[in-house]
Design a protein around this ligand. Structure first.
Ligand code: AMP
Ligand code: MG
Length: 396
């Protein structure tokens, strides 16, 4: 048996096969979940002038404790008409520009206005500059607001807009084809003849890709026929950045992905990973497209999609950190020793502790529904006790 490739080596090789796709400019409203291809740099100071942080009165600190003559009003969006003189106050609202001459805002709750006379009836600020947002106190022109490779969330989009950007440069979304293979598979919900099973993987993979910045075609299904598979692969490669097949990745007589890759004029990059489940994973190229051949068992397909498919999509879309985060939590119960491949144990994280399921047969679909974590167990790891820390990936 040839040596199995460690997961990290396989991930690195997969990313090295293709550079991130070319960037494109898009509207803010289209940008959620996309990966920035350049730093977002502030093109303006925020605030651009000193602003009031509260509703109240602009005053001079030196004039405390008053009283003051109310000399005008300034609301957000208006330029202050008048400068503040000695013993004067100007009515001011949150977000309004501070008038010249003022250095402090006193809260409206702390004063009482009678006609245009303002008197202190509560507490005065004890430092100059109270309740004022100074110029550029949020950010200054030239500041990096969001670094390249970041996945855009609502807060990052807001910061980019506030910085004065008109649109965003993000990585193009990879076009993904999902191809399920197997004579036994029947479309979800259809009647099953003897020996047939519903095709769950195609829809599962589409669901895993749905939150990602990708354009995913409706899953196709083909029979276990090497010739047809090769033709379909060749054809899909012309219109997609990634073809993900599921099933037929192993060495059985009816496993044709490896052979069809050759027949389609493709090149194998790696095959067989030191992981369980998921060992038969295939990666290669066909013309400009990447081929990722996932094993067909539901848990194998899920785990390899988590560790390879989603990360390659993110890599192509411009992510700085395309790999799933590895977290730590204590084990809820003892865990046996590791074997010759790294395990990704379907598990439940509840109340802060990790409980890997008893049945880890990769053919079972039911544990996937219950799992919210994949616990990593290293090759040859010693047995562990309850309470020992374990690495896991969040799959909730
Ligand atoms: P294979 O990798 O083709 O040998 O498939 C391994 C196991 O996964 C077999 O029991 C298949 O019936 C099952 N399987 C393959 N593809 C799918 C699929 N799309 N949905 C559900 N089960 C599948
Ligand atoms: Mg099969």
């Amino acid at each position: 048996m040839s040596k199995l490739l460690p997961v990290e080596d396989a991930q690195a090789r997969l990313f090295a096969l293709r550079a991130p796709l070319a960037p494109e400019n898009i509207a803010f409203s289209e940008s959620l979940g996309r990966f920035l291809s350049q730093d977002v740099v502030a093109m303006r100071d925020q605030p651009a002038a000193p602003l009031s942080a509260m509703d109240g009165y602009a005053i001079r600190f030196a004039d405390i404790p008053g009283p003051w003559a109310i000399a005008g009003e300034v609301a957000a969006g208006a330029a202050p008409g008048v400068a503040l003189g000695t013993a004067q106050a100007i009515r001011i609202f949150t977000g309004a520009m501070l008038p010249d001459g003022a250095d402090t805002v006193i809260l409206q709750e702390d004063v009482t206005a009678d006609g245009n006379i303002l008197t202190l009836t509560g507490e005065a600020p004890n430092v100059p500059g109270a309740h004022i947002r100074t110029r550029a106190s949020d950010f200054a022109t030239g500041a990096t607001l969001v670094p390249a490779g970041t996945r855009l969330n609502p807060g990052a989009i807001a910061a980019a807009i506030m910085g004065g950007a008109a649109q965003l440069s993000v990585g193009r979304r990879p076009r993904i084809a999902i191809l399920t293979t197997g004579d036994e598979l029947v479309q979800p919900g259809r009647a099953l003849a003897t020996g047939q099973i519903p095709d769950s993987n195609g829809t599962m993979l589409a669901a895993m890709l749905a939150p990602e910045p990708a354009v995913t075609s409706i899953p196709l299904h083909i029979r276990d026929d090497r010739e047809i598979l090769a033709k379909v692969l060749k054809d899909l490669a012309r219109r997609h950045d990634v073809i993900v097949t599921v099933g037929g990745a192993s060495v059985g007589d009816h496993d044709h992905v490896r052979g069809a890759l050759d027949d389609a004029g493709g090149a194998l990059d790696f095959w067989k990973i030191a992981m369980r489940p998921g060992k038969p994973l295939i990666a290669g190229t066909i013309d400009d497209a990447l081929l990722l051949g996932l094993p067909g068992n539901p848990s194998s397909a899920f785990v390899t999609a988590t560790l390879f498919l989603i990360p390659i999509v993110r890599h192509l879309a411009g992510a700085r950190d395309p790999l799933p985060a590895i977290r730590q939590a204590p084990l809820a119960a003892p865990l046996g020793a590791g074997g010759k491949r790294r395990d990704y144990l379907r598990a439940r994280l509840d109340g802060g502790t990790l409980a890997p399921f008893d049945g880890q047969d990769s053919g079972r679909a039911s544990p996937l529904a219950a799992a919210n974590a994949l616990v990593l167990r290293e090759i040859g790891a010693p047995p562990r006790a309850a309470g020992d820390m374990a690495d896991y990936i969040d799959i909730a």
